[in-house]
Each structure stands twice: as C-alpha cells, then as structure tokens.
Design a protein around this ligand. Structure first.
Ligand SMILES: NC(=O)C1=CN([C@@H]2O[C@H](COP(=O)(O)OP(=O)(O)OC[C@H]3O[C@@H](n4cnc5c(N)ncnc54)[C@H](O)[C@@H]3O)[C@@H](O)[C@H]2O)[C@@H](O)CC1
Ligand SMILES: Nc1ncnc2c1ncn2[C@@H]1O[C@H](COP(=O)(O)OP(=O)(O)O)[C@@H](O)[C@H]1O
Ligand SMILES: [K+]
Length: 490
C-alpha cells in the first residue's frame, strides 16, 4: 500500500526510485507526462484550443512535456510562460522547453492576461511551492481563475500546499480535475479543498510500494491492488456457517428501511446467516422485504451464537442507553457501531470504555463531531480520529469522499473509491451491512473495515455510472456482487 508523504519528500522519493531502477529524473518526468496524456485522451475533450500555464520548476517541465505530446496528437496548443527567464528553468524543464515543437505557440503571461475559452492546464506550481504565494504569482492565479473552460491541474492546483487548506482568503488556481502523480498529496483529500481540486485522478509513475516503506508516514492510500490479499478465500466445501452468522440491531417506527438496507447489503456481501433484532411490531417489514433474513422481536440474552454484530441503523436514541450497555458488556468480539448507536455513545461517553477492542465505528462527519466535539478543519479531525482510535483501541471509519480509516496503532488509511452520487439516504446503512458481513466471515477487523469501505465505494461508483444523481442506496446494494469480480479473478 502506498504511503502519503509530505510534499518535500517527493524529490527524495524520486531520486531513490531513479537510482534503484537506473532511470534519469528526466525519464521519470516523461513517465508522468505520458500518464497525464493517457488520462487526457481517455476523457475525449473535443475541439478546443489548449492553454498550458507553465512555471519555472518541474511542474512547469511536466506542462512543457504535455504541450509537446498534445501538439504531436494534433491539438492546437499554446504555452503561457509564467517565468521570467529561460535561464531560471530547472534542468529537466529546460530539456522539455528545448524540445517544444514549432507548432506550439508560446506567449508570455504579461501578453496573455485576458480571458479566453478553451481547455486549461495548470503546470504553474507543484509541490515545490513554499509558504504563501509571492505577490508576483497572484495575478497568474487570478488570470487562471477568470478563464472559461475545462481546467486541469497537474499534480496539485497551483497555490495549494501539499498539506494546506485553501481558505477563502488564500489564492489558489481552481481546477475541475487534478491529475496527481505517484501518490495523492494530503491536501487533495481534504473536503475543504474539494472546490479547488475537483475530480482527483492518480497517475502511477512506476514507483514501487516498497520504496514508500523507507519514509516515515502513518498515512496510507487504499487502492484496488491492495484489496485481493485482504480477502478470505473459501473452498468447494464451504458451508453457510463458514460465511458467518451475524446479528443486525436497529430500526424503529418509521425507520425500518435502514435495517432492511443493512440486511440486504450483508447478504449481497456473502453473509451466511443474517438475523435482525427489531421491534416486534415491525417484524413484517423485514420478513416481507428480506425473506432471506431471520427476525427476532425481543432483546436477545445469548449473543455468543453470533460471529459479528452491527448496531445502530435507524435504531433511534430513546431508551437505548441500557440496551447498548448490555450489548457492549455481553459481546466480547469486535462489533460495528453506526448511526444511532454512535449518537447514544455521544450522549453517554462513559460507554466508550466498554467497547470491545477493535470494534468498528462508522460515523459521518456530523456523528463524529457529536462524539469528539467540533473540529476546526480536516487536519484537526484526522488528529482527533486518531486519538480516539488509540485511546479506546477501536477502528474509526470517518465517512465521506475519501473515507478515512483510523487504526488503533496510529495508522490512517484513505479510501480511493466512491462518488458524490452516494450522498443519498441509506448509503451508510449499506456500509454497516457490508462491514458486519466481513467481520462475520472471520476477516480481521482491519481487513473488514478496509474491504468494506473499498467495496462499498466501488459499488457506489458502478451504481452512479448507471443512475447518476438518481442513485439510491438500493442501487448500491445491487452492485455489490460485481465488486467481487476483480477479487475472484486476481
Ligand atoms: N514523483 C513525482 O511526484 C514527480 C513530480 N514531478 C513534478 O515536479 C513537481 C515538483 O517540482 P519542483 O520541485 O521543481 O517544484 P515546482 O515546480 O512545484 O515549484 C518550483 C517553483 O515554484 C516557485 N515557488 C516556490 N514557492 C513559491 C511561492 N511561495 N510563490 C510563488 N512561487 C513559488 C519556485 O520559484 C519555482 O519556480 C511536482 O509537483 C510534479 O509536477 C514530475 O516531473 C516527475 C515525478
Ligand atoms: N461525495 C461523496 N463521495 C464519496 N462517498 C460519499 C460521498 N458522500 C457520501 N458518501 C458515502 O456514502 C455514505 C453515506 O453515509 P451516511 O452519511 O451515514 O448516510 P445515511 O445515514 O443516510 O445512511 C458513506 O459511506 C460515505 O462515505
Ligand atoms: K499545478
């Protein structure tokens, strides 16, 4: 799994990579450029002039390489030179500058500062940015922000620091897409930066995962390639007991749909036996809508028969404190707590110390802040999530775009799957069902959380491609089976 490094570690990572595989830094830049071009061509942007803002560092060097490749593919390309003197160019950028074909138009920024229409590529500043933007850079960023058309940032939007937050006052070149190299810079994953980053695209430039281990960082990025090895494999003689007996506790008058969604999700994930513990009066809702699940209408006294328990979806908070306390005291295996179970915890924080070790809590940002108090920004939130995980030895799944998993040993993992089409009621209940199912199948809590979050996001992506903004939680459930295709084939 790749680590998310600090921006200033990038050049060291590059050097180590180049030395290890006998590549020059220019060749690495070329790999990045080609990765960008590959993505760009897949997008099928059509019929417009391309303007590339290039700075004097290696980010500008990427831009100059991109200009050459696009021109060779018959695009009409203009490079907007945002540096004073050719002599200031970094060595690799100079090579790309000298290789610019005649067909690429060159214009200095001073002569270009007027609004145009087209496709804009921001290769002005990358991770080499230090501190606040210099005054001389401000007009360039302002000009960029006034342009009309598709806007694509190379590696990172210019003006955004690799660990920074773009506040209203700060000047950052806003992008519709950010195509970043090797690993996502931390700031690209902050919700506060959503408007300046746009869609995030990660381009692999061939740096081995093992090289990242030589850098100290507790931050990781979960990708498809990390998933198959975390799955349990079953065999020809596996029976439903092997796939786990799970108990889902939740639902209340008017909120039974939440348990229905969790139960269906657990079954679609492969849970062997699903039992729902709900209010007796609501029994028929489950029996009619999920005939594969069993229903229990009273509080169970013996919980040991279950491999995993998920509690909270649609549960309500009234008179739940004692029930939650009983659960936490009677079940010693890790369990999943979501929604109202988290709200009950927030109202009764003394219950936190009863959580079975490695239990998985899945708050969205609102539920999280109810648990830990308000947070200034995502960095603050990340710190508080890690503290909570370490203090109570639990796994905290902070939901949202790029869901963050905090582990008791201090590691924090960002998920790469998901889409804004998942921002719909019940999507969280689906995640509860998926993670509880994995726990029931005997996955370690860490793997249940990682696989759960990854498959949930992927199912959401598949559903979003069919239903767009009409995606509902049931569509996500329908797509869960497809998310196992690549695991089976790997
Ligand atoms: N492993 C990777 O991630 C790779 C990165 N490459 C590219 O290399 C970039 C990093 O290149 P560099 O280290 O040359 O740095 P950059 O090109 O990001 O930035 C250096 C430039 O920023 C200017 N600058 C710094 N602080 C400023 C401030 N506060 N206000 C205004 N200007 C400021 C400097 O004067 C210099 O011109 C990456 O962002 C990426 O685009 C690729 O070429 C190859 C592989
Ligand atoms: N913009 C987004 N990008 C990716 N995933 C998202 C986005 N918005 C929501 N999600 C995912 O959808 C789920 C929503 O969960 P939650 O807020 O608990 O919804 P509910 O309580 O309605 O079930 C979470 O897993 C979250 O990560
Ligand atoms: K940039």
């Amino acid at each position: 799994m790749i680590r998310i490094l600090k921006g200033d570690a990038v050049s060291k990572l590059d050097q180590m990579h180049c030395k290890r595989i006998g590549q020059s830094s220019y060749e690495l830049m070329e790999t990045a450029v080609q990765g960008f071009i590959h993505w760009f061509e897949e997008q099928k942007f059509t019929g417009q002039e391309i303007f590339i803002y290039v700075g004097g560092g290696n980010n500008g060097g990427d831009g100059l390489g991109i200009a050459r490749h696009l021109q060779q593919r018959n695009y009409q390309v203009t490079v907007v030179l945002c540096f004073n003197d050719e002599a200031d160019l970094s060595a690799d950028s100079k090579i790309n500058f000298d290789r610019l074909p005649e067909g690429v138009s060159k214009i200095s920024f001073e002569d270009f500062d007027f609004p145009s229409k087209g496709i804009f590529i921001d290769a002005f500043l990358g991770v080499g940015l230090k501190g606040k933007l210099r005054d001389s850079a401000l007009p360039i960023v302002d000009s960029w922000n006034k342009q009309q058309g598709v806007k694509i940032a190379v590696d990172i939007p210019s003006g955004l620091l690799s660990e920074g937050i773009a506040e209203e006052k700060t000047s950052v070149a806003c992008a519709d897409y950010t195509v970043t190299f090797a690993f996502p810079k931390l700031s690209l994953l902050f919700p506060e930066n959503a408007k300046v980053v746009g869609e995030l695209v990660l381009v692999d430039i061939g740096i081995a995962d093992s090289l990242y281990q030589e850098f100290e960082s507790d931050l990781f990025y979960i990708q498809k390639k990390d998933i198959p090895e975390r799955h349990r494999r079953f065999h020809r003689f596996s029976h439903k007991g092997d796939f786990g007996r799970i108990l889902l506790i939740g639902g209340s008058l008017g909120k039974m749909g939440a348990v229905v969604l969790s139960a269906k999700s657990a079954l679609r994930t492969g849970a062997g036996l699903v039992t729902c513990q709900i209010e007796e009066s609501e029994r028929f809702i489950i029996q009619a809508s999920v005939p594969e699940a069993m229903v229990i209408g009273e509080d169970l006294k013996d919980l040991d028969a279950f491999d995993a328990i998920g509690v909270g979806p649609g549960w309500g908070v009234d008179n739940r404190e004692k029930k939650l306390e009983f659960l936490l005291k009677s079940f010693s295996k890790p369990m999943v707590l979501d929604a109202d179970a988290l709200n009950v915890l927030s109202q009764n924080p003394e219950l936190l110390s009863l959580l079975p070790k490695n239990s998985i809590l899945t708050p969205h940002l609102g539920e999280f802040e109810r648990l830990v108090g308000s947070c200034v920004n995502h960095l603050d939130r990340m710190g508080k999530a890690s503290e909570l995980s370490k203090k109570y030895q639990i796994i905290l799944v902070l939901k949202g775009a790029n869901t963050l998993i905090s582990l008791p040993d201090g590691r924090q993992l960002f998920n790469s799957t998901g889409t804004h089409f998942m921002a719909t009621g019940g999507a969280g209940d689906v995640l509860t069902g998926i993670i509880t199912a994995f726990l029931g199948m005997g996955y370690s809590p860490e793997n249940a959380a990682i696989c759960g979050v990854f498959h949930h996001g992927l199912a959401g992506e598949y559903a979003g491609k069919i239903r767009f903004q009409g995606t509902i939680a049931s569509d996500i459930i329908e797509q869960i089976p497809r998310t196992f295709e690549f695991v089976e084939n790997s």
